[in-house]
Design a protein around this ligand. Structure first.
Ligand SMILES: [Zn+2]
Length: 456
């Protein structure tokens, strides 16, 4: 069992008045705190929250004299972990969950998904689908998601209503949809949404060129310039299938990553999703430029895209995040399932049982996501000064007994059913089956409307 002997640094100065307890909004007393940074765990400690941020973590027996809390939450059989960060979603596609299954990527897109989107996608569709996704993610321990879809303003509206932290993709592609006419139109509309949400601390943005096969070199180059000028991350599907690479070689005489490099997009701002098929030299290039990779294990399996060499990414020093992809290709937005799958597949692919240990998988699903988004100073770990984005997991049930190492259980045993409470910026958003900011009966009525409208 790993246990930190040293306390985390205390941000409160008691020198002036040691006897006075600091007023705080919330004091949580879990059995285990797993901060992720630093690695390891704290047993019988307390975490204090004020104005939405973590102010301190201290031994539980010291907490009563140190803090005068407005609310105290005791979690005697629980692990408190950073809120999970889903690093690749198409939230609105939750309305297409189960709409087309058991097909490879291009046939699935061309025969099922794109025609349905052409016929139905609107701001209302995106808002309702995104709210459904937010409800599912919050109730399964995810506090932040990195999205890419049409009508991104509607996804931002849904995330704001649900109270989630969201990174909204300013999506871009060449071909016209109900949302935009061409790449320039997509970018202008995305930037207008970003302006509308300026100053909202739970909302940030990426440029989101859909994939190398749906966007021209000119548009990629323009995004490269804008991303650098505005210091905004770039979120793109990359090397997802062998077909994508074959198509790129025949159309451009270049592999997709070469086009990304030519457009000036290789930098720590790049968030490349899937990366199933990479040559060893390409892994070295991505590592050299500090690029981030997102592993979506369930989506890769369901679409039979292949299995990436995650251990090689880690050995090269690449920052790893984990995503679910959309609910149309998963079909769950369940980061506990993804962590487990990621850890197991990495071992199987590498032939090495230590390829992706449990603690490393948990880090990828939290701090790895925050790093990729440039948000590691704000979220991704339970560290004083960061937002209090937190998930409590009940390890008291029989299916999680006995507990030798809670970090191991979080990855290999626990499911989203064990999530008991979720806080975003210190606000309780989910507790014991209830979401505080989503009206479930209204949402269910909207979902019934879309099911009837979409039904073949
Ligand atoms: Zn995707």
């Amino acid at each position: 069992m790993v246990c930190l002997s040293a306390r985390l640094p205390c941000m409160i100065d008691y020198s002036d008045n040691a006897a006075m307890a600091q007023p705080v909004d919330l004091l949580i007393l879990p059995r285990w705190i797993i901060p992720v940074q630093p690695a390891g765990m704290l047993v019988n400690h307390a975490l204090a929250v004020k104005a939405g941020r973590i102010v301190d973590i201290c031994p539980a027996d010291e907490a009563p004299s140190r803090f005068a809390a407005r609310e105290t939450v005791e979690l005697p059989e629980h692990a408190l972990i950073p809120g999970l960060i889903n690093l690749h979603t198409h939230a609105a596609m939750s309305l297409l969950r189960g709409f087309g299954d058991d097909m490879p990527l291009m046939a699935w897109l061309k025969d099922k998904i794109w025609p349905a989107e052409q016929a139905h996608v609107s701001a209302d569709f995106v808002r309702d689908g995104s709210l459904l996704a937010c409800a599912e993610m919050l109730s399964s321990g995810t506090t932040c998601f990195n999205d890419m879809y049409f009508f991104p303003g509607a996804t931002a509206d849904a995330a704001q209503d649900a109270g989630m932290r969201a990174v909204i993709g300013m999506v871009a592609m060449d071909f016209p949809t109900a949302y935009a006419a061409d790449a320039e139109d997509y970018l202008n509309k995305g930037l207008a949404v970003r302006d509308r949400y300026k100053g909202e601390d739970r909302m940030s943005f990426t440029f989101a060129p859909h994939a190398p096969y749906t966007i021209s070199d000119d548009a990629l180059g323009r995004i490269g310039v804008l991303a650098e000028q505005l210091d905004v991350p770039v979120h793109i599907h990359l090397h997802e299938t062998l077909d994508e690479i074959r198509d790129s070689l025949s159309r451009f005489n270049m592999r997709p990553l070469e086009r990304i490099a030519a457009a000036g997009l290789l930098s720590p701002r790049l968030i490349a999703v899937h990366a199933v098929h990479l040559l060893d030299g390409e892994i070295e290039t991505l590592a050299k430029f500090g690029c981030n990779l997102v592993h979506c294990p369930a989506s890769n399996l369901k679409l039979a895209s292949g299995l990436p060499a995650v251990k090689k990414w880690l050995d090269a020093g690449i920052n790893l995040g984990i995503g679910t992809d959309g609910a149309a290709s998963n079909n769950r937005l369940d980061m506990f399932a993804e962590m487990r799958l990621a850890a197991l597949l990495a071992k199987g692919v590498a032939g090495d049982a230590a390829a992706l240990p449990a603690a490393r998988a948990l880090e990828a699903a939290t701090l790895g996501g925050a790093r990729a988004l440039g948000m590691e100073s704000q979220t991704g770990s339970l560290t004083p000064g960061k937002w209090a984005d937190m998930t409590a997991v009940n390890l008291g049930g029989l299916n999680t007994q006995p507990v030798f190492d809670p970090i191991s259980h979080l990855v290999y045993v626990a499911g989203r059913e064990q999530v008991s409470q979720v806080w975003v910026g210190g606000e309780l958003k989910y507790a014991e089956g209830r979401l505080s900011s989503v009206n479930m009966s209204d949402l269910k009525a909207r979902l019934a409307y879309w099911r009837d409208k979409l039904a073949p």
